[in-house]
Design a protein. Structure first.
Length: 164
């Protein structure tokens, strides 16, 4: 993988592209997701209504609430064409949400994933899941740290991964 491709798909760069949103209204996952999708940066070829429908189809299969107050909503299939700009958007809901998590926890942090390929999608899911299991990072998102603090923590983690 080239350095450009590595940077392009680093979790930090995906979040920089997708943004971090605080105190997002919504009393249910569906309502929160509808509002969140409307905040996504414009992406050529990405139909936001279709994305919303695909995410809801995925949620109907099994909840994307993974536990510890975290949900990772995403469509089952990549929504972007090759050469598209994948992104991850972080949302901190205005209130805790029931997302049907395996541990029964209410969701305080949502990572919305929009991918360009299955490989990129799985890699992104893996990175987010790993980070969210780390107490230092989990504490950052639970306390709704600034976007800069979150990005810095992710960059540090990704730099450590590439050294191994």
């Amino acid at each position: 993988m080239t350095e450009k491709a590595t940077t392009e798909y680093s979790l930090a760069s995906l979040i920089e592209r997708g943004g971090v949103h605080y105190n997002l209204p919504g009393t249910s996952p569906k309502k929160l997701l509808a509002g969140l999708i409307g905040l996504l940066p414009p992406v050529p070829g990405l139909d936001q209504e279709k994305l919303f429908a695909e995410i809801l189809k995925r949620e109907a299969l099994v909840s994307t609430g993974i536990g510890r107050g975290i949900a990772l909503p995403h469509p089952r299939s990549p929504m972007l064409e090759e050469g598209g700009k994948p992104m991850v958007t972080i949302a901190f809901p205005s209130g805790l949400l029931d997302w049907n998590t395996p541990d029964g926890s209410k969701v305080h942090t949502v990572f919305l994933i929009v991918s360009v390929s299955a490989k990129q999608h799985l890699g992104t899911l893996s990175k987010i899941n790993f980070l969210c299991q780390q107490e230092k990072f989990h504490s950052l998102i639970k306390t709704r740290a600034s976007k800069e603090e979150i990005i810095t923590a992710i960059r540090e983690a990704e730099a450590a991964w590439t050294k191994k």
